[in-house]
Design a protein around this ligand. Structure first.
Ligand code: ADP
Ligand code: MG
Length: 359
């Protein structure tokens, strides 16, 4: 009978040991002198130490200064008074890995007395991923709330703005005094700029939904270059498409078109009379890169960090939303990348990397 119980106990012990060994939480057991007795697989993964580096050594080695003190105090207090401050409670701490990286962790402790000796076990859960998800969720919520506010304010501003613009245009048609005409022209231009700004803001904060479909890249680029002719004016800038081989890409056609038009428009606006804007493609095995190259003024070093921020513009009529929106759209597309390479006085190359489809 006694033997049977021993075998059963043994079996339960092996099951328990395996369970502890294979769980996602780090299990670290120490004795009352802080010597590590047990260090499971998850502990190795989370802290970055091999078991052999830790077992038999002082736990102080793997704790950050802050939690080391608390831990030593807690153990000392328990040994003295039998009062457990942290035992049974879950605490959140910042813990260091072997490589010095710190991470938020949830820690709870349990205590066992075996043959008159005290053993403390810490259960550590890495909260990095949980925190990251929580932060992203909170940010999405903030963006959604901001989007709602922006939509409401835009709506309130838009109607009077359209009216102001309309009346100013009517007056401009009749105005004969040169000074009045100049003032009315400024009103009309500024109203137009504000209308673009409102449209951009709405776009920026609207929740994005992609309509992905396989499309011909060359068809899209041809359309963009054709449409861009209307931005040229009479300043002798040449824009051309230099792409021969076609490829299928899976994108939201309207959104990518908007990005390309933004970039082509920026390129034209930066280029002076006689300059060139070229839209070209570079095929790679799994990707295709669309390059928009201009021979314009380039971007001064001191602006490079700021050009993607909303409202950063160096143009009198600019909204500073084009690059910011473009970057957002590209980042929303799986497998797409966006890069701007610019040299002041020489020109700029905007590169969009797109994952190739089947074609
Ligand atoms: P906007 O065109 O309304 O100014 P963007 O977000 O499109 O806003 O661009 C931000 C700024 O980045 C521009 O004002 C300009 O200073 C700079 N920029 C963007 N593209 C180019 C380019 N191709 N060449 C030179 N400067 C550029
Ligand atoms: Mg722009």
């Amino acid at each position: 009978m006694a033997e049977e119980i021993t075998a059963e106990t043994e079996r339960q012990f092996v099951i328990l040991r395996n369970a502890v060994e294979n769980t996602n939480e780090a299990f670290i057991t120490i004795d009352k002198n802080s010597t590590v007795i047990f260090f499971n697989k998850a502990a190795e993964r989370i802290f970055g130490y091999a078991r052999t580096e830790v077992v038999g050594r002082d736990l102080g080695k793997i704790l950050t200064a802050m939690c080391r003190t608390r831990h030593e105090q807690a153990v000392a207090k328990y040994v003295l008074t039998g009062e457990a401050t942290l035992i049974g409670h879950e605490t959140e701490l910042v813990v260091a890995r072997k490589n010095g990286d710190t991470f938020p962790a949830s820690i709870s402790f349990s205590m066992a007395e075996v043959e008159g000796q005290l053993y403390f076990t810490g259960l550590v859960r890495d909260l990095s991923e949980t925190r990251m998800l929580e932060n992203r969720l909170a940010q999405n919520e903030r963006l959604a709330a901001l989007g709602q506010t922006v939509a409401e304010i835009s709506h309130e501003i838009k109607n009077p703005l359209v009216m102001i613009g309309g009346f100013a245009r009517q007056l401009l048609k009749k105005a004969t005094v040169e000074k009045d005409r100049a003032k009315l022209t400024i009103i009309v231009d500024e109203v137009l700029r504000l209308e673009h700004l409102l449209a951009g803001l709405k776009e920026l904060y609207k929740t994005q939904q992609l309509n992905l479909a396989g499309i011909s890249l060359n068809d899209l680029l041809t359309e963009v270059v054709d449409q861009a002719q209307s931005y040229l004016g009479a300043n002798g800038i040449e824009i051309r498409l230099a792409s021969s081989t076609d490829v299928e890409v899976e994108v939201d056609r309207e959104k990518i078109k908007q990005v390309l038009l933004n970039l082509v428009k920026n390129a034209i606006e930066a280029t002076s009379a006689g300059g060139k804007v070229v839209v070209s493609t570079k095929m790679q095995e799994k990707r295709v890169e669309v390059e928009i190259t201009d021979t314009g003024e380039g971007i001064p070093e001191e602006f490079k960090e700021r050009i993607f921020l909303p409202f950063f513009t160096t143009k009198a009529q600019g909204t500073g939303l084009g690059l910011c929106i473009s970057k957002r759209i590209i980042e929303d597309h799986p497998g797409c990348s966006f890069n701007l390479d610019s040299e002041e006085g020489k020109g700029t190359v905007a590169t969009i990397g797109i994952r190739r489809g089947k074609g």
